[in-house]
Design a protein around this ligand. Structure first.
Ligand code: F6R
Length: 366
């Protein structure tokens, strides 16, 4: 049932191009000229009149939520807050009836996320769910929502569900922005066109598998890792670090690159591998200078760069070259090599990647 792969996790990483395709099927037309999420059309008034969105989630789904905030705020100009469900539910949070809650959960069974939904519902908020497991508890507790349709995820560390969540959030932001009139037709079309090309580009990223496996051997016995990114890449840095922690038991921290100088830079020495997401998009120049700061302290830099990059490949110790896409879709490309890096390091260490210690697939306790 692992389809010839040694682990479910690798199978699920490799499946991602097909999963993203399935996630978009029937929602984006072939010509790439329109995106329709039926839940948005059915509840247009509620969603368009929202004063604020509050995203509630845990773990990897919370990281997807951070990307969702960036997408919705940029395209729709609606304020978005992203909350850990476990904090939100115990804080007596301010919730109004014109707030829309977006609950993100792969399993649809996470106890804290479910409790956050019930709390928000009791305050009159409208609840939109983004889940994978069809018919699970969260979709049943929400007013509407969208399934991510990536198929069952068996590996405990979430991979394809994350990229599926990000894809749904992208389609949600685009559909809302179009309805609201906060995006130009040109921008809308160019993003949809590029979104349609993501599965093909992900396939190219997967061709780097053996190169990343080789790289992993160099870092198998590292005790710590730092992951850095800015803008859309900051949540990807958090996600890359979480993947490594979960399955290889190496301590890893994800940080927004510019926060380094406010503390974590003290950790950098020749023993510290630093993974930097440094694609051509966004704050490339700034990330470049962040890399120089790390090199000046002898840190080992593994940089994710855009194909053809010349500056960073000269300074970084190791480079992973990725196909170019537009800034808001970068996470769908940059997440994949970080999943592979965590996977191969854990395999080199001889760890049980599908069933890491102390973790369960659905966290139904608080
Ligand atoms: C990380 C991971 C967990 C889950 C979290 C939420 O790889 O799998 O952090 O993301 O427990 O689970 P769901 O999305 O099922 O609510």
């Amino acid at each position: 049932e692992k389809g010839g792969y040694p682990h479910f996790m690798l199978k699920e990483i490799v499946e991602q191009p097909g999963c993203i395709h399935d996630c978009m099927r029937g929602r984006i037309n072939i010509e790439g000229s329109n995106v329709v999420l039926s839940a948005v059309i059915d509840y247009k008034e509620k969603l368009l009149n929202a004063k604020r969105f509050i995203i509630v989630a845990c773990g990897t789904s919370w990281h997807a939520g951070l990307i969702g905030k960036h997408l919705i705020e940029s395209f729709c100009r609606i304020p978005v807050e992203v909350e850990y469900a476990s904090e939100f539910r115990y804080r007596d949070p301010v919730i109004n009836s014109d707030d829309v809650i977006i609950a993100i959960s792969q399993s649809g069974e996470t106890a804290d996320t479910l409790a956050a939904i019930e709390l928000a519902k009791s305050k009159g908020a409208f609840i939109y769910g983004i889940c994978n497991a069809v018919g699970s508890s969260i979709p049943r507790a929400t007013h509407t929502g969208s399934y991510i349709h990536v198929g069952p995820e068996i590996g405990v560390a979430s991979t394809k569900a994350f990229t599926g969540q990000v894809t749904v959030l992208t389609m949600l932001a685009l559909t809302l922005a179009k309805e609201k009139g906060t995006i130009t037709q040109n921008d809308f079309l160019s993003i949809v066109k590029e979104l349609n090309m993501i599965p093909e580009k992900m396939k190219k990223v997967l061709e780097l598998n053996s190169k990343i496996a080789e790289l992993s051997k160099i870092f198998t016995y590292a005790h710590n890792f730092i992951y850095l990114g800015r803008g859309y890449s900051y949540p990807v840095a958090l996600e890359g670090a979480l993947k490594l922690k979960e399955i290889s038991y190496i301590h890893a921290e994800g940080y927004p690159a510019a926060e380094m100088k406010h503390g974590p830079i003290a950790l950098i020495d020749a023993e510290m591998p630093v993974v930097v997401i440094a694609t051509h998009n966004g704050l490339y120049e700034k990330v470049l200078s962040n890399i120089q700061e790390i090199k000046a302290r002898k840190g080992k830099v593994i940089a994710l760069v855009t194909e053809g990059d010349t500056y960073i490949s000269n300074i970084a110790d190791y480079c992973i070259e990725l196909p170019e896409t537009i800034e808001c879709l970068d996470p769908l490309i940059t997440t994949v090599p970080l999943q592979l890096l965590a996977y191969h390091i854990a395999v080199c260490k001889g760890m049980d990647v599908d069933q890491p210690r102390n973790l369960a697939k659905s966290v139904t306790v608080e």
